[in-house]
Ligand binder design. Structure first.
Ligand SMILES: Cc1ncc(COP(=O)(O)O)c(C=O)c1O
Length: 448
């Protein structure tokens, strides 16, 4: 639409890049596909932004929203409750692993991360360890954009403009096995090393200053780094040894993305807190949550105790109604089971692309994959900044979109193409993704 750039300030967008061209404007969705204002169809290879897990065009979710808005559009969760928040909290607690039974609703992921850091600090203040406030997280990991969440984020490129940030954000290596600085031939030893780096960071900082470790089950930014075998088990041991909370940031990795309701379940570890958002409503309304263990709520249950934190729209009745309807769809259609049954086919279809000279690595789990692009497969040499700019920003994103595939070409770490389609996707969509990528990546290689 011609007036798209007049007033609309788009997020993480180089606005100038649209000064001549048109902003792609998406007007409709159905299943795994979306349509733009010109009527062109695109395969939604990223579920919007890792959000539309149940797929587009679910009128039953729209109807749940309308019904709730007609009945009770809004009431806060500040000293009052409403039925959909109560029911949803119960449901989420039942699905979450172990004793993660306390659900604090937010409107999105950054707020969930923010709430989790605040809870970690407040918990230790109330349990006799008031100097524990720092957070350990991983290089290149994205945990959101509000000032606390941004401090936990490990991407210098999106932080420097806003410094000084919240003090206490400590960074450790991620689990990029393809570029492992040590143990590159042994995933287990690499996992042990990467987990122990967390222990070493806690030691360096002083265990009495560290409150929490924030980790995604599969790190998104950098291009889908799954945990090596044993990694989370070792991290759990370290957290227990130093009395540090393990926060599983599952803003992307919950609600079926990895073939389980929660990523922690998939990899068999027990966090103290899970942060979530996105797929909880499949995007039909905004919602996030911090899910905490019973132990963490205890200090706030005294007569005058209170977690002094909240947001007006956290646990909005319409969003909670939509989440309940969304989880009904999940159960009825066994979407989580569908991912488990089809993830092998998704992986092997994407792995066909490894015959291309530009494809260095295909990695991920469930319906969550990164394809790392390289200049030289044998040496794993990556692109320099100018090449990366030309390839990813200048060519790939647009070319993939024009060929009918919406996905992400990202260079916040090494250059990757990322895929996370709606969970209803099957072989037909996998093939379509593979074919479009094959054509466009071949063209990209010829331009280098
Ligand atoms: C792991 C993780 N944490 C936090 C966030 C922030 O969520 P939001 O954009 O809803 O604030 C994101 C967003 O992509 C994320 O992937």
């Amino acid at each position: 639409m011609a007036n798209a750039t007049d007033h609309l300030w788009m997020h993480f967008t180089r606005m100038a890049s649209y000064s001549a061209g048109e902003v792609p404007t998406i007007v409709r969705g159905d299943g795994a596909y979306v349509w733009d204002a010109q009527g062109r169809r695109y395969l939604d290879g990223l579920a919007g932004l890792f959000v539309v897990n149940a797929g587009h065009g679910r009128t039953e979710l729209a109807e749940a929203a309308a019904k709730q808005a007609g009945e009770l559009a809004y009431f806060p969760l500040w000293s009052y409750a409403h039925p959909t928040a109560i029911e949803l909290a119960e449901k989420v607690a039942a699905l979450a692993p172990g004793d993660l039974n306390r659900v604090f609703f937010t409107t999105g992921g950054s707020e969930a991360v923010e709430a989790a850091w605040k809870l970690a600090r407040a918990y230790f203040k109330r349990t006799g360890k008031p100097t524990k406030y720092k957070v350990v997280s991983r290089y290149i990991a994205y945990h959101g954009t509000s000032m606390g969440a941004l401090s936990i984020t490990g991407l210098p490129g999106i932080k420097t403009d806003f410094e000084p940030l919240v003090p206490g954000g400590i960074k450790v290596p991620n689990t990029n096995f393809y570029r492992a600085p040590e143990h590159g031939d042994d995933p287990e030893a690499f996992g042990r090393w990467a987990a122990d780096e967390i222990g070493r960071a806690i030691e360096r900082e002083g265990p009495d200053t560290v409150a929490a470790v924030f980790l995604e089950p599969v790190q998104n930014s950098g291009g889908c780094f799954p945990p090596p075998p044993g990694y989370f088990q070792r991290v759990r041991e370290i957290c227990d040894a130093y009395d540090v909370l393990l926060v599983s940031d599952e803003v992307i990795c919950s609600w079926g993305r990895l073939g389980e309701y929660f990523g922690a379940t998939r990899y068999g570890y027990q966090p103290d807190i899970i942060t979530t958002a996105k797929g909880i409503t499949s995007g039909y309304a905004p919602l996030g949550a911090m899910i905490a263990s019973d132990r963490l709520m205890e200090p706030f249950l005294s007569e005058t105790g209170m977690f002094a934190h909240g947001v007006t729209f956290g646990g909005h009745p319409v969003s909670c109604a939509v989440a309940l309807a969304n989880l009904e769809v999940f159960a009825r259609e066994n979407l989580v089971g569908h991912v488990r049954a089809n993830e092998g086919a998704f992986r092997s279809t994407l792995e066909k692309l490894t015959d291309l000279p530009i494809v260095g690595d295909v990695r991920g789990d469930g319906y969550f994959y990164g394809i790392e692009l390289v200049k030289d497969k044998a040496t794993r040499e990556t692109f320099d900044e100018a090449e990366s700019e030309r390839l990813l920003r200048g060519f790939l994103s647009t070319a993939l979109f024009q060929a009918g595939l919406y996905c992400r070409a990202d260079d916040r770490g090494d250059p990757v193409v990322q895929l996370a389609p709606p969970l209803i996707a099957g072989q037909q969509q996998f093939d379509e993704i593979e074919q479009i990528l094959r054509t466009v990546l071949t063209e990209a290689w010829s331009r280098l």
